[in-house]
Design a protein around this ligand. Structure first.
Ligand SMILES: *Cc1c(COP(=O)(O)O)cnc(C)c1O
Length: 357
């Protein structure tokens, strides 16, 4: 497919060095758009100046939430290269999400190549401060003007770029997590494995309650028995119990994180045992009582690694590793961020250079 590029005539001022970028509030000069019409397939791929889009108020995504998205980053290495981390994985996952909610597949290679063009065009927006990066948000929406409930005949694929600050400006700080017993995010057979906005809508109420109680996020339990741990917010979970690294298995209700997969591969390459299995919250509590709960941490593109210093389950409060980051979380963080920012070589094919700056 052809990709046309329309450069902006009014470049926006870039945030001055030292500006607190936060997350996802600032957008770059350009975005990518591609359209799909039934019978025609994907067409009219173009990079255009960033700006509002117009759509029918009857657009299907607004009513029935036919939407999927991805999240990845472009990193600026100290030696002036712009790097992407395993971008194919994101677009393969986008197709898995698309399948679940009847959105047509995208072409993975074309998405990666056109993303590189977009990032190259806006390369000066990739921030330089330690730990900062250019967050990339590809998404697809059903965009047919019709109120009948049916998968749409028309779709939009859009990619936005957003310079974002370090997740932990003051260094890796362990978070407090609330084990959610009332609400569930997803069930087996539902769409928990898909990266779709509806899963996030389902999570917001519990998130509020946890915040009010002084916890930063909730740990979801399985939707059927409310016994097994799933994931946290936009992060997969790892626990170190008596020397074993355990992460919940991909049972269809949790998101198959690329950070999760990368950590499993890195730890196994170092000779550690990583088990993907069902993990009951009771087993975690028992391990805590026995002094065998050594570490807990979340993994995701945004934070990379988020150590958990405290878990609250009902009346029980578990303090983990004295509220400090543990050695395995630290190793995973140092290794992954080292690879992503081009400081250390990673396994073949993990890092792709977009251009030099
Ligand atoms: C995106 C996401 C993750 C993390 O996936 P990464 O590919 O590691 O960024 C975990 N859980 C949910 C619900 C997510 O949406």
């Amino acid at each position: 497919m052809n990709l046309t590029i329309e450069k902006t005539k009014n470049p926006m001022p870039k945030p001055a060095p030292g500006t607190a970028l936060g997350f996802g509030r600032i957008f770059t000069d350009h975005m990518m758009i591609m359209e799909y019409d039934k019978g025609q397939g994907w067409h009219d791929a173009r990079i255009v100046p960033y700006g509002p889009i117009s759509m029918s108020p009857a657009s299907t995504c607004l009513h029935y939430a036919q939407e999927t998205f991805e999240g990845l980053k472009a990193y600026r290495s100290a030696d002036g290269r712009i790097l992407l981390f395993r971008p194919e994985e994101n677009f393969k996952r986008l197709n898995l999400s698309n399948e679940r909610i009847c959105i047509p597949h995208v072409d993975v290679d074309f998405c990666v190549e056109s993303l590189k063009e977009l990032v190259k065009l806006d390369k000066d927006w990739v921030p330089e401060e330690d730990g900062s990066s250019l967050y990339i948000r590809p998404f697809v929406i059903g965009n047919e003007s019709r109120l009948g409930v049916k998968d749409a005949d028309n779709y939009l694929y859009i990619v936005l770029l957003s310079p974002s600050g370090a997740y932990y400006p003051e260094g890796l700080k362990p978070v407090k997590i609330y084990v959610e017993e009332q609400y569930v995010r997803a069930v087996r057979g539902g769409m928990g494995f898909a990266k779709t906005g509806g899963n996030y809508a389902a999570s917001m109420l519990a998130q509020h309650t946890a915040h009010e109680k002084g916890y930063s996020q909730v740990l979801w339990l399985d939707g059927v028995e409310r016994k097994y741990v799933g994931e946290v917010g936009a992060m997969n979970m790892f626990f170190v119990i008596d020397g074993e690294v355990v992460t919940p298995e991909l049972d269809g209700s949790i998101l198959a994180g690329i950070t999760r997969k990368s950590i499993i591969e890195l730890l196994r390459a170092k000779g550690m045992t990583v088990t993907e299995r069902k993990l009951a919250i009771q087993e975690i509590a028992d391990a805590a009582d026995a002094g065998k709960l050594q570490e807990a941490f979340g993994s995701g593109t945004a934070a990379v690694i988020s150590p958990v210093g405290e878990l609250k389950w009902g009346d029980k409060v578990m303090t983990i590793n004295n509220g400090e980051i543990g050695p395995i979380a630290q190793y995973a963080y140092d290794t992954l961020t080292g690879i992503q920012w081009g400081r250390i070589p990673g396994p073949e094919g993990w890092v792709e250079e977009v251009c030099r700056v």
